[in-house]
Design a binder for this molecule. Sequence first.
Ligand SMILES: Cc1ncc(C[n+]2csc(CCOP(=O)(O)OP(=O)(O)O)c2C)c(N)n1
Ligand SMILES: [Mg+2]
Length: 622
Amino acid sequence: MIRLTVAQAVVRFLANQWTERDGVERRLIAGCFGIFGHGNVAGIGEALLQAELGGPVLRYYQARNEQAMVHAAAGYTRMTNRLATLACTTSIGPGATNMVTGAALATINRLPVLLLPGDIFATRVADPVLQQLEDQRSCDVSVNDCLKPVSRYWDRVNRPEQLPSALLAAMRVLADPVETGAVTLALPQDVQAQAHDWPDELFARRVWHVPRPVPEPAALHRAAEALRAAERPLIVAGGGVIYAEATAALRGFTEATGIPVAETQAGKGALRYDHPTSVGAIGVTGTTAANALAAQADVVLGVGTRYSDFTTASRSVFARPDVRFVNLNVASFDAAKHGAVGLLADARAGLDALREAMAGYRVGAAYSERARELAAEWDRTVEHAYRRGHGPLPAQSEIIGVVNEVSGPRDVVVCAAGSMPGDLHKLWRTRDPKGYHVEYGYSCMGYEIAGGLGVKLAAPDREVFVMVGDGSYLMMAQELVTAVAEGVKLTVVLVDNQGFASIGALSESLGSQRFGTAYRYRDAASGRLDGGPLPVDLAANAASLGADVLRAGTVAEFRAALVKARDAGHTTVVHVRTDPLAGAPDSGAWWDVPVAEASTLDTTRAARAEYEYAKRAQRTYL
Ligand SMILES: Cc1ncc(C[n+]2csc(CCOP(=O)(O)OP(=O)(O)O)c2C)c(N)n1
Ligand SMILES: [Mg+2]
């Protein structure tokens, strides 16, 4: 028996959890981000202090915003292929609810993060405590209940005796590729500080074996049969390919069968951009090559994908009436989508088995040739977008081109929201499975710098290039301070186009005239936000947070500044202005965003007519 507080027991337990896959062991919980308040300062806070002073090793990282620290944990775990993550401790109330957005992001992207919000007194003797939600119907409700729908496991530890089973359940979910997502253990502030006698076994080194389930023979047979019948098959590689470290298996499979490979946002990098069977990004933000093949595909092999609307172009990109799906996925939920022939297995184990089961199959030479030609044509489009020579302000695609050329093959580009994720999906030339990190499950403005911090903490040997729009930067730039404090070097490319270029373009395409999407003064005469540009200086803002800052006006200046930033030892922000109206090449695909059915505006009525026409291409895929 060992006498510890609940918080001390949590920290000691977390320090002894490990994952194992393919014989490699690593710490499951590599550290703990936290912001302290009355709900955790004397609980988890005291326990982390003891850890720092020679107790169990669990490094504390200080963040500036609770949402951001969950983003950092998400970036960290994605970079480790979900084999390690970070914990996040908060006070009660606003500190806890600030994590809701981060939790949703993690759960939607299937990324394990451990949240430890403080909670109101279990004894209720001091009710209502500062920041307590009083619910007239039940004293059992606290703001932490908001974390329930966005957590894959949620528990409130009201007594010390409940802790061991809650901790074990939390670790099981974090380490399970099927169930994983945000895990919340709400810890009432009094319970955190309460002492208890714990069995020694609770703190023994515990290894969570991350499985690689193999396909059932009958399911493998069904999948191989369906694929063998295909004349124009297409692979859709999702994030699961990368998380399962199945990229070599995918290469082997595509080289053996000749089936072209298209990639989702999370799956980008599954194959090098210049591999002979790579056709690049698919869907709304896809290449014309992948989308042309998708339109004609008779069998689609989805590997580790959840088929978001961006991937399927809102269920319009796979256009053949007789198209069938074969879904290789570790989760039955995803394997069953679109009436597929399901192949329930780990991506690597499944691809290796499929390759064997399909021995002798190869797509026709004409089909391979067409895929290669389409890919080459898109590559010329990318080349042109990289060197457009747009003026007076550069186009965003030129900035992306420079970042691609200045970054090394193993370096990581990080992005999340705005117009850049789509442009990067189309245009980025990926050379390493971990080189492309765009969060597009939640596409959360503000993820970029915080997520980039997590990426760099997980992979200190790689340069991390964070690409962030001015809108996202304004929403959440404060973790620059954390990067500076930790001596974690980020290269941040701040693309300033004075507003929401992405939503501006979307608004215009839907007939809403870019309303409310530019950063402008309210004009006294018109009464609208269409006055002159604002005097906001984001470069000065970044400098005020402790980053080194370089300003670039032209593409050549930007290249020189970026090289300098890359070679610097300190977090550096390169500020560049771009033309919000210079869009990237078109993917040819559609995205379902409903347009007002009744309006006095001609632009909206015209957009509605177009919308109704496009809607006819939408399919059910059943
Ligand atoms: C937290 C959050 N709020 C709102 C949105 C909707 N949204 C998507 S992109 C965008 C604008 C992003 O602006 P910026 O970062 O400047 O990128 P740009 O569109 O200019 O490329 C908005 C408001 C979002 N994705 N996330
Ligand atoms: Mg912008």
